[in-house]
Design a protein around this ligand. Structure first.
Ligand code: AMP
Length: 219
């Protein structure tokens, strides 16, 4: 018996609250590759009050994109860690054309999974979302409630609503996505590296489409 070791470098795209984080956690578990989520890395830097965190906090609070050079440096350091040697899943990066070009200089991406959902249902999703500040598990008060209201099932911490999940911020982030990140979808599509994933179904239905797309890649 031998285990096939495949290096897989994936990117997951989708407007804010499209279920990116949830799917990324499932993919990471299924394929044994780390989820590299710029949003999580940045929020941790803010919470830890590192120099980077202090620099980036106001961008996060307003739902604005941080400067490319700061984000690119963060990603470079993260993917150089040993746990990324058999691949990784980028969640929340690249988000601008500048970042996409930098990524290209860094490495070759195998596949971009692009979640497609209409914007109004996204606002509903975001506003009901609750996150565990300790282990990053994600719930929704209506679609995926934890067993005990307001408490993380995995680690027992009190769940929070992220500042950037407040309605006004969400609408602003959707606008930013439309303007800056949506063009990347077409960029990767032209390269033949992108698969559209219908994100309107339940968590498992969306995940099944992703697994299918990845299985084509491995053949
Ligand atoms: P997320 O959790 O991925 O939605 O990211 C939350 C916030 O972090 C965003 O609204 C941005 O302020 C910042 N951020 C995350 N990823 C990036 C990126 N690739 N480029 C610039 N800013 C980012």
């Amino acid at each position: 018996m031998h285990r096939l070791v495949v290096s897989m470098k994936l990117v997951i795209f989708g407007p804010p609250s499209a279920g990116k984080g949830t799917q990324a956690q499932k993919l990471s578990k299924q394929y044994g590759i780390p989820q590299v989520a710029t949003g999580d890395l940045l929020r941790k830097a803010v919470a830890d009050k590192t120099p980077l965190g202090l620099k980036i906090k106001s961008y996060l609070d307003q739902g604005k994109l941080g400067p490319d050079e700061v984000i690119v440096q963060l990603i470079k350091e993260r993917v150089a860690k040993p746990d990324c040697k058999n691949g990784f899943l980028l969640d929340g990066f690249p988000r601008t054309m500048g970042q996409a070009k930098e990524l290209e200089r860094m490495t070759d991406i195998d596949l971009v999974l692009s979640i497609v959902v209409d914007f109004e249902s996204l606002v509903e999703r975001a506003v009901g979302r609750r996150t565990c500040p300790k282990c990053s598990a994600v719930y929704h008060i209506k679609f995926n409630p934890p067993m005990n209201e307001g408490i993380c099932e995995k680690c027992g911490s009190k769940l929070i609503q992220r500042d950037d999940d407040k309605e006004e911020t969400v609408r602003n982030r959707l606008k930013v996505y439309q303007e800056q990140t949506a063009p990347l979808v077409e960029y990767y599509r032209k390269k033949g590296k992108l698969v559209d994933i219908d994100g309107s179904g339940g968590i498992d239905a969306v995940f099944a489409q992703m697994v299918k797309a990845i299985s084509h890649l491995k053949k």
